[in-house]
Design a protein around this ligand. Structure first.
Ligand SMILES: Nc1nc2c(ncn2[C@@H]2O[C@H](COP(=O)(O)OP(=O)(O)OP(=O)(O)O)[C@@H](O)[C@H]2O)c(=O)[nH]1
Length: 573
């Protein structure tokens, strides 16, 4: 309906315009033909007058009838001669008897006008012939050959049927041209309508496919965001990136690098397709994207400037996009394209994806940091007591289920208060960190090193019996006691630690009981002179004699001096 209206409106408008134009042309043509005929009649009337006047004056035997007959038939016009009284003398279309029947013509409008104004014109029905004529009349005064004064009116008439025939022909021509014009208009309107329809369809399809593509991209991005948010580690999040890129930018392969905490190098954490980066890392000044702070393309504006980290310098095109979150650079997304056009068309999509990946990776890092903060001690970086309690419960259950030994080594720095009092709290912190570092270095990967509280530390050793735990403790005591501590250029001397070990040999012991046993053993170690290890439920062991004696007499740090008045070690921090 809409379509046919769209066609009908221009057809009706153009047809109306054509009809009006044809009507106007008809009027103009009619006037033109009438004028032409009138001019022609004027000329002929004048000519007839001249010849007739001459013949009258010169020829006494002038035959008027013959004159009008010859003239009228040769010109195909009606010629009438009217005398001064208003009666017809001769008429090329009437015989004498018909002429005799005619009345006085003085009242005929063209004759009346001609007598008054020397020129008369009228269009009317001939009473004698019953045909419509265009009459032209002019008066003529002449002295005839006999010397008499004669007055005449020469009248020339042309039947209007001639004019009407011409007009009819013109109308037929006009109608044919108009019909042809209307058909042409219709055909043209149809043609342009179809053309417009085809173009509109093509642009609608183009728009639809663009909208579909964009919707697909948005859905993929939403999926990417959702999946990455659900990931718990950077590695698993990076694995989600590959299938999304395979869907949206299948023509590229890529690598994700992350900035190390030291912030001077980027580690490769994931790549898909052929490797783009040599080695496992590169320096941060080797990537233009990091130096510029925004996307860098290996070829841009006819400039070829590849990054230093790229492996395939001459093949294809590389795009590096910084992975940012709240202005912080987390890493770089490296993409490799075979064609430059693919790289240019894929740029904005790749940047949008990278923006989302950056945010998701930042979220994971933030979550990681928060969960680390929840289980780590900020000063020493060791696991905290809460984490120990959680792990301990699980480890005791494992130990009893699989009948495997589980040892808990509790350690306490000797005379730490005095150390603090002598050198200050900062130096105390430093010593604490150094001792903790030693614990981390000496323990196995499977062991859990914790800060139990204050200067009290512990190591939980799964699948470790009491002898193995004792060996570890003695090794630690030797290594810690051997260290000469220097803080801010000042020698702090040496520090010793005491230890207590409890071991669960596969039985169903409670967390509290195991801690109490190791704590009691530690208490005994303190009681028995410090810088030694005691085992739970065992007779007192000898002091660790192999450990180098702290230079109590050479340093201001009185670690080895016996202080029996010191308060006993706490049973819990
Ligand atoms: N610098 C520093 N000192 C700490 C920290 N946590 C606890 N301390 C100090 O460690 C000292 C522990 O003192 P005490 O419990 O009397 O034990 P001690 O002086 O080590 O004596 P013994 O354990 O009997 O050998 C206290 O002075 C605490 O203030 C810490 O994070 N940093």
């Amino acid at each position: 309906m809409k379509n046919s209206l769209r066609m009908l409106i221009p057809v009706v408008m153009l047809t109306s315009l054509l009809v009006v134009s044809l009507g106007f042309l008809e009027i103009r043509f009619e006037q033109m033909l009438e004028n032409n005929l009138e001019n022609k009649l004027v000329r002929i009337t004048r000519l007839t007058s001249v010849i007739f006047g001459h013949e009258i004056e010169e020829n006494s035997a002038f035959d008027i009838d013959r004159f009008v007959d010859d003239f009228g038939s040769s010109l195909n016009l009606r010629i009438t001669i009217i005398n001064g009284d208003g009666y017809v003398v001769a008429d090329s279309e009437l015989n004498n008897s018909a002429i005799m029947q005619l009345g006085n013509h003085n009242e005929r409008s063209e004759i009346h006008q001609a007598r008054l104004e020397s020129y008369g014109k009228s269009t009317r029905l001939s009473e004698s012939l019953g045909i419509e004529f265009l009459y032209l009349a002019m008066p003529l005064s002449a002295i005839n050959a006999n010397g008499e004064f004669d007055e005449f009116v020469i009248r020339v008439a042309s039947p209007m049927t001639l004019l009407n025939q011409q007009m009819q022909q013109l109308r037929i021509w006009g109608f044919s041209a108009g019909t042809a014009g209307i058909v042409l208009i219709f055909v043209l309107v149809m043609f342009f309508n179809r053309l417009i329809d085809r173009q509109a369809n093509a642009s609608r399809q183009d728009l639809e496919s663009k909208v579909q593509g964009r919707t697909h991209e948005l859905m993929m991005m939403q999926q990417l965001g959702g999946l990455m948010t659900a990931c718990t580690s950077i590695e698993s999040a990076c694995k989600v990136v590959e299938p999304i890129f395979a869907q949206l930018l299948p023509q590229c392969r890529g690598t994700i690098t992350m900035l190390k905490a030291s912030r001077n190098r980027l580690d490769v954490v994931y790549h898909w397709g052929q490797r783009m980066i040599e080695g496992e890392w590169y320096g941060r000044d080797e990537c233009w994207a990091l130096l510029k702070g925004h996307t860098h393309m290996s070829q841009e504006s006819q400039l070829v400037i590849p990054c230093n980290h790229t492996q395939l310098k001459d093949e294809g095109f590389e795009m590096c996009i910084p992975l940012l979150a709240q202005g912080e650079t987390l890493g770089v997304m490296h993409l490799h394209f075979v064609n430059e056009s693919d790289m240019l068309t894929g740029r904005s999509l790749a940047e949008s994806l990278s923006e989302q990946i950056g945010l998701a990776l930042a979220n994971i890092q933030l979550r990681d940091n928060l969960s680390q903060q929840a289980v780590r001690d900020p000063l020493t970086g060791l696991f905290n007591r809460r984490h120990l309690m959680e792990v301990l419960e699980h480890q005791i259950a494992q130990s009893s289920r699989f009948n495997k030994p589980l040892s808990l080594l509790m350690l306490d720095i000797d005379h730490f208060k005095r150390f603090n009092d002598t050198f200050g709290h900062d130096a105390g912190d430093y010593v604490l960190k150094q001792v903790c570092q030693e614990l981390k270095t000496s323990a196995r990967k499977a062991d859990l090193v914790c800060r139990y509280g204050g200067e009290e530390l512990c190591i939980l050793c799964p699948e470790t019996d009491i002898t193995q735990a004792q060996e570890l403790a003695e090794r630690l005591l030797i290594r810690i006691g051997a260290q000469e501590l220097i803080h801010s250029g000042q020698s702090l001397g040496r520090v010793t630690v005491s230890g207590g070990i409890a071991c669960n040999e596969g039985s169903e012991i409670s967390v509290e009981a195991l801690i109490k046993q190791s704590d009691d053993a530690l208490y005994r170690a303190k009681e028995n002179g410090r810088n030694r290890v005691e085992l739970a439920n065992q007779p007192t062991l000898d002091a660790v004699t192999d450990a180098p004696e702290p230079a109590n007499n050479t340093t201001r740090f009185p670690v080895i001096t016996e202080h029996h008045d010191d308060k006993a070690i706490k049973t819990s921090a």
